[in-house]
Design a protein around this ligand. Structure first.
Ligand code: NAD
Ligand code: UGA
Length: 464
């Protein structure tokens, strides 16, 4: 089989950028990204894409309508595809067995059932979503149980390692592409087909093939180990604050050891994003199911440390402001979980905002890329907020940092957007209540300069 048509089920943060880059690098292949959501597909077909990702607009503009299509016609997309990526969401279960920890595979199962019901020709089905080990077996079982005569399937695991904010660069210059499949003649042939697609731009030596279960576990392992580094440096940030050491200096010293390396040692208010917590919880659940409680407890600690870090940061804010925030205006700079994305899933800013609201503060939020509706949803969704209307009255959203910080008692920096570094803090100080505080949850500001202006400054992992 030569792949001429690719379909991707799921037009989200992974499906959209990944398939846009495949379309860009494989002009002879038709790529259709299909989603159940009419709104999402309409946005992908408009000038304002549903996600903000540097470089994505240009790639989509180059390919859309030529060999890249966004569609709600799932049936047609599946029928004509030789290879189908499953890039649907795999959130943490919110009910039933494994609630709060296990991955909910209902969307993966839904996608597999759609393929089974619709397909009339042979397909390579590629699991791109992050899933528990042996999820490919469930997909295979669903497909086989509903197999039409003459239709065969090969299931591959091809986890995605892109990070939001750098997705296009990560996809174009991937450290590695991982493909897991069956060690049979047909399995190896399917792996080769997928390799051929990536080889349009990824050197063959960077395409790693292995058995399906190793591939699935490697994805969870990579996220767990990245998050573990952040929790490790964050744990040391508490030691720094207690002793007078500076966590940036410690991270630098440690990271210069080539065995350790310098990346992912940036102490912060805590990690966010849709995946680290969900994937580690999933790993913990798998370990418990495998009767490996010590291993489960080890990984659980990465999450616990992250919660501790967020809690430590908000406690510092409350204590510094004389233990009362009631009626005070607090400005939150940055609401996304990291810079260069508009994504707020599991953003530490949500934890910070909720805690300040619980203390009775009025909060004024500015983020360059997060939509107002998203902030409102994150803070007043009835599932997490008992009195949405009451809370809504205490939240204001601004279009710039200057207006957001006016008449505030404190600025709390939650996202490391570059533009926050270059703000005119003299002007900001002049318009704030005194004493004026800055809590830098990302360690990006010039703290000495702020102190000279007159601010009281607190940050992570350093006494000022
Ligand atoms: P997302 O929520 O942004 O997108 C998922 C999309 O799938 C939604 O638009 C949803 O409508 C659609 N969908 C659900 N069921 C469908 C079906 N049967 N047919 C067609 N569409 C369907 O999720 P995401 O952030 O893109 O993540 C997808 C997967 O990739 C997850 O497993 C995640 O863990 C993994 N992942 C995410 C990232 C990231 O940076 N966000 C990086 C690597 C891996
Ligand atoms: C992460 C991984 O980096 C990707 O490889 C993976 O594909 C993805 O999860 C996924 O599976 O979803 P992402 O969550 O998009 O990517 O972004 P990261 O750059 O990893 O940042 C995650 C969080 O950790 C952010 O809140 C970030 O601010 C924080 N972080 C990161 C730190 O606090 N310190 C650091 O040194 C690095």
């Amino acid at each position: 089989m030569t792949i001429k048509n690719i379909c991707c089920l799921g037009a989200g943060y992974v499906g959209g950028p990944t398939c846009s880059v495949i379309a860009l690098r494989c002009p002879e292949i038709k790529v259709t990204v299909a989603d159940l959501s009419k709104e999402r597909i309409a946005q992908w077909n408009s000038d304002k894409l549903p996600i903000y990702e540097p470089g994505l607009d240009d790639v989509v503009k180059t390919c859309r309508g030529k060999n890249l299509f966004f569609s709600n016609d799932i049936e047609e997309s599946i029928l004509e595809a030789d290879l189908i990526f499953i890039s649907v969401n795999t959130p943490t279960k919110i009910m039933g067995n494994g609630k709060g920890r296990a991955a909910d595979l209902k969307y993966v199962e839904g996608a597999a059932r759609m393929i089974a019901n619709i397909a009339k020709s042979n397909k390579i089905v590629v699991e791109k979503s992050t899933v528990p080990v042996r999820a490919a077996e469930s997909i295979a079982n669903i497909l086989k149980a509903n197999q039409k005569p003459g239709v065969t399937y090969q299931i591959l695991s091809n986890p995605e390692f892109l990070a939001e904010g750098t997705a296009i660069n990560d996809l174009l210059n991937a450290d590695r592409v991982l493909i897991g499949g069956e060690d049979t003649e047909l399995g190896r042939a399917a792996i080769e087909e997928l390799c051929t697609i990536y080889q349009h731009w990824v050197p063959r030596k960077n395409i790693v093939t292995m058995n399906t279960w190793s591939s699935e576990l490697s994805k969870l392992a990579a996220n767990a180990m990245l998050a573990q580094r952040i929790s490790s440096i964050n744990s040391l940030s508490a030691v720094c604050e207690a002793t007078g050491a500076d966590v940036s200096e410690v991270a630098r010293a440690v990271g210069l050891d080539s065995r350790i390396g310098s990346k992912f040692l940036q102490a912060s208010v805590g990690f966010g994003g849709s995946c680290f917590q969900k994937d580690i919880l999933n790993l913990v659940y798998i370990c418990e199911c495998l009767n490996l409680p010590e291993v489960a407890a080890y990984w659980q600690q990465v999450i616990d440390m992250n919660e501790y870090q967020k809690h430590r940061f908000t406690t510092k804010i409350i204590e510094s402001c004389f233990n009362t925030l009631s009626g005070k205006n607090i400005c939150i700079l940055g609401f996304a979980f990291k810079k260069n994305t508009g994504d707020t899933r599991e953003s530490p800013a949500i934890h910070v905002a909720k805690t300040l609201l619980d203390e009775g503060a009025f909060i004024r939020i500015y983020d360059p890329k997060v939509d107002r509706e998203q902030i409102d949803e994150d803070l007043t969704n009835p599932q997490i907020c008992e009195e949405p209307e009451v809370i809504r009255k205490r939240i204001s959203i601004y279009d710039d940092a200057y207006n957001a910080s006016k008449e505030c008692h404190a600025i709390v920096l939650c996202t490391e957007w570059d533009e926050f570094i270059g703000l005119d803090y003299k002007q900001i100080y002049a318009n704030m209540m005194k004493p004026a505080y800055v809590f830098d949850g990302r360690k990006i500001l010039d703290h000495q300069a702020l102190i000279e202006i007159g601010f009281h400054v607190q940050t992570i992992g350093k006494r000022l």
